[in-house]
Design a protein around this ligand. Structure first.
Ligand SMILES: [Zn+2]
Length: 122
């Protein structure tokens, strides 16, 4: 399993909703969930909802000093939700309509519903 570590934070800056996990059995379970790449972390901060890890931070050492650095761990295939809407310039190759769309990237023309559209974030 590949991990992307796109963020680092100190313990002091982690969200209060996260649960600190340093018990060796629990840590082992999280390591197995993440795969080999997570093996160098000794403790984790987790948010578990419905049995799924929705947020995971790894920490070296088992004492969560406020100044310690943690790394955000995201299992492969998962990505952070994109909250921000984008503005797209849409060109339909079916009806040749060209218009501006705000929101998630469109994949159909809103005039003729053709899927043959070119989009460009603007
Ligand atoms: Zn069209």
């Amino acid at each position: 399993m590949q991990l992307s570590k796109n963020k680092m934070r100190t313990v002091a800056n982690l969200g209060q909703h996260l649960q600190f996990v340093s018990d060796s059995q629990d840590v082992q379970a999280i390591r197995e969930h993440l795969g080999e790449d997570a093996g160098n972390y000794d403790a984790f901060f987790v948010d578990v909802q419905n049995g799924e890890y929705v947020e995971l931070w790894g920490m070296c050492g088992i004492v969560p000093y406020h100044s310690k650095l943690t790394s955000r761990l995201i299992p492969a295939g998962e990505s952070e939700p994109e909250h921000a809407s984008k503005t797209w310039n849409v060109l339909c190759l079916g009806c040749e309509a060209e218009y501006v769309h705000i929101g998630p990237e469109p994949n159909t023309c809103n005039a003729c519903h053709s899927t043959d559209v070119e989009t460009r974030a603007i």
